[in-house]
Ligand binder design. Structure first.
Ligand SMILES: *Cc1c(COP(=O)(O)O)cnc(C)c1O
Length: 400
């Protein structure tokens, strides 16, 4: 290429990029006319009444009727036999891994594309993360690639899966339902089972999302939910463990309350527990929020539908939509750009116009503290992360 033709090619690209950002912004404005945050909570129900009730009765802390009710309501909504409320989603995930027996020296497979909390929960147990690639149709771990990678590096010895390269046992796999979109759980289960790898669902983003008709978080023995301020419903900060196993539920509750043996006055703890129990005042907020979840979900689905049609005619972009086996809560809408070079100018344009849009999380193997972790070929995660932008997704933006 001559200097001039190089410059021409560059000018063309810049020109086209500018067009793309402008066009995307125009389509975004068509759906969301005014500046908007990425995700905002909404308190339009009985939040105030329930919280005042906690204050008036004095039951604000780790014991109270709202915690019990919130757990019952969560179990009923998700169809999970048991729900145990925790201080946050990270704590729930940490406890899930601890309950499965994940300890220092183990390895846990997690996707490279997820919020940092998934990796942190693994690190809290003393185990090492092992990063897996994602599937472009679900944004969850790619079962086919996983199987291929396990065949390359793993071996089973007396029922335990070992990483031959590190010598460490691969104890568990945490699948993430990214932005609310269910991972392909049947495929992941089929890969994990013969290797003896336990499955945990990080359902922090997927309250109200279903896999083949079943609520996410009810398909693995243990799952974690989050009720952080930016999630589908919020308790301020909060989380929960879902399980079908009465004994695991009992252990989760015991360990999350400092492993205190129930007694009217004695303080006896029978193992090293955690202070992970959700306070009653947070649960009160959760009860009021859960009463409104069907409306939040309907609004969010409506917003996703509007985005999908607004972007259908914009060249070079596509709204990420649910897989055919899934019903997504559309927690965060994600737009995929054909050309990664369009992402920086689009982020600029959105920020300048006051829209809370953001790129995918920095891939975990690119964070300083996780860069030495073992990993599989991560080409799809790299590709998707370079081309993805999350758009404002609060339920209120989709209200009819
Ligand atoms: C939010 C989130 C968590 C952690 O939940 P917190 O309540 O913020 O601790 C874990 N995993 C994923 C994928 C999340 O989005």
């Amino acid at each position: 290429m001559t200097k001039d033709s190089q410059r021409l090619a560059l000018d063309n690209r810049l020109g086209r990029q500018g067009m793309a950002a402008e066009e995307v912004l125009r389509a975004l404005r068509g759906v969301v006319p005014n500046p908007a945050f990425l995700h905002e909570p909404e308190f339009a129900g009985r939040e105030r009444a329930y919280i005042l009730d906690c204050i008036d009765t004095g039951w604000v802390s780790s014991v109270g009727a709202y915690v019990d009710r919130f757990e019952r309501d969560l179990a009923a909504f998700t169809g999970s036999p048991f729900a145990v409320a925790t201080t946050n989603g990270t704590a729930a995930l940490h406890l899930c891994l601890h309950l499965l027996g994940v300890r220092a020296g183990d390895e846990v497979i997690i996707p490279a594309l997820t919020f940092v909390a998934t990796a942190n929960a693994v690190a809290y147990t003393g185990a090492t993360c092992h990063f897996a690639d994602i599937d472009a149709t679900t944004l969850g771990i790619d079962a086919g690639q996983l199987e291929h990678a396990l065949r390359e590096v793993a071996r089973v010895e007396r029922g335990v899966c070992f990483n031959r390269q590190t010598g460490r046992p691969i104890r568990a796999l945490v699948c993430v339902h990214t932005f609310g979109h269910p991972a392909d759980l049947d495929a992941l289960k089929a890969v994990c089972a013969p290797w003896g790898i336990a499955l945990v669902e990080d359902a922090a983003e997927s309250l109200g999302s279903y896999y083949k008709g079943k609520h996410t978080g009810t398909l693995a023995p243990l799952a974690a939910l989050s009720f952080n301020g930016n999630k589908i419903i919020t308790t301020g900060g909060g989380g929960a463990i879902l399980t079908q196993d009465a004994e695991l539920a009992r252990r989760a509750k015991h360990l999350s309350t400092t492993a205190k043996v129930p007694h009217r006055w004695e303080y006896v703890h029978d193992e090293i527990g955690f202070n992970y129990r959700l306070p009653n005042i947070n649960a009160a907020l959760g009860c009021a929020q859960l009463e409104q979840i069907e409306r939040f979900l309907a609004d969010k689905r409506n917003l996703a539908t509007r985005y999908a049609s607004a972007f259908a005619h914009v060249h070079g972009v596509r709204l990420f939509t649910e897989a055919n086996f899934a019903r997504s809560n559309y927690w965060l809408n994600a737009l995929l750009l054909e050309d990664a070079a369009d992402l920086p100018p689009l982020l600029e344009a959105c920020a300048a116009a006051g829209y809370g849009a953001r790129p995918a999380w920095r891939l975990l193997h690119r964070l300083a503290m996780y860069k030495e972790c073992p990993r599989m070929d991560l080409r799809t995660a790299e590709d998707v992360a370079a081309r993805l932008i999350n758009l404002p997704s609060s339920a209120v933006l989709g209200r009819k």
